[in-house]
Ligand binder design. Structure first.
Ligand code: DON
Length: 309
């Protein structure tokens, strides 16, 4: 059974909002501290072009780690899968998203997957363009192409707040540079990465991107193959194995939807062959995933039989 109305979604939002009290909003990027703990909103988008939203769905959020799926698709489109995966691995880590530990123990020294920060930084390095501005514009154009949202822009306050405090990410970059995974100026790469993470979207934008991934890269309403089928499949597979960081296993069991979270509280879901889901709930659990959002997805998955397993 598909979702039939915003009212159905609103009932689930109302039921799950209470869980937000058990988490806290991200504060390691100072500008993210301003988020309201009990915000919760969701959109669902179907391949025939209709969708529903509930909660404060006009509010925008920054992509944060959800951008890692989009940059991965673009980098593989630019360079080919073989090139990308010679430099970044394909295995889950079980470590926190910003961990440096496995970089040293894994031989040869390459990040274990594109969803942890080290891997994502290496992937962003691979996006083609004459300079940072052009590479960022290519990412934003890609997002605009799918969402048709003319408001897509970088939240400069969030980007600069992260740029000033991203010293752990800088250290990951220097490690990658030492081991020849990247060869660009670290400040330039951090500049691009923090802007990529600070691209603003709505829940409906995330649902639309999720829907294109769910449909193997194909947008039914316009007949366009936006992402090659193989690349969409790779993205969805990483979303299952590493999209919710070291909570990906439990999420696969309880929800069963390829999904990617970000520390702003966003989650993008791609239900294979069915629909895309976008969610915003800034109160996070200890692993950095939206605490009320995960509950909401769990209930939706049961109600609409969304698990792929
Ligand atoms: O690299 C960072 O710290 C962030 N801009 C993105 C991290 C993130 O969203 C992790 N997600 N759960």
């Amino acid at each position: 059974m598909n979702c039939q109305s915003s009212e159905e979604l609103q009932a689930l939002v109302d039921e799950c909002r209470v869980y937000a009290k058990q988490g806290k909003v991200a504060d390691y990027i100072p500008a993210l501290k301003k988020a309201k703990q009990d915000d919760l909103s969701i959109s669902i988008f179907y391949p025939d072009g209709h969708g529903f939203s509930a909660g404060d769905c006009h509010q925008s959020m920054t992509l944060q780690s959800i951008s890692k799926v989009i940059s991965l698709a673009l980098a593989i489109m630019d360079r080919g899968a073989e090139y990308v995966f010679e430099r970044v691995g394909q295995e889950p880590t079980g470590d926190p998203f910003n961990s440096i530990a496995k970089l040293e123990t894994n031989k040869p020294s390459k990040p274990l997957n594109p969803m942890i920060n080290a891997g994502a930084l290496a992937v962003t390095h691979m996006i083609k363009g004459a300079n940072i501005e052009e590479r960022l514009l290519r990412l934003m154009t890609f997002i605009h192409d799918i969402t048709r949202n003319d408001q897509i822009k970088v939240n400069e306050e969030v980007a600069s707040s992260e740029f000033k405090t991203a010293n752990l990410n800088r250290s990951l970059c220097y490690f990658l540079k030492q081991h020849n995974v990247i060869d660009e100026n670290v400040e330039d790469l951090i500049n691009l990465y923090t802007k990529q993470c600070a691209i603003e979207v709505t829940c409906m934008d995330l649902a639309k991107i999720g829907c294109v991934l769910a449909m193997d890269g194909f947008e039914m309403s316009t007949g366009r193959q936006i992402i090659p089928k193989d690349i969409a499949r790779i993205c969805k597979t990483f979303m299952v194995t590493c999209g919710m960081y070291n909570a990906s296993g439990e999420f696969a069991i309880k929800v069963g939807i390829p999904a990617k979270s970000g520390v702003s509280g966003g989650i993008m879901g791609a239900v294979p062959g069915k629909c895309g889901i976008g969610l915003f709930g800034p109160s996070l659990d200890e692993k950095g995933n939206s605490i009320a959002g995960i509950k909401l997805l769990e209930k939706m998955s049961h109600k609409y039989s969304l698990s792929m397993f």
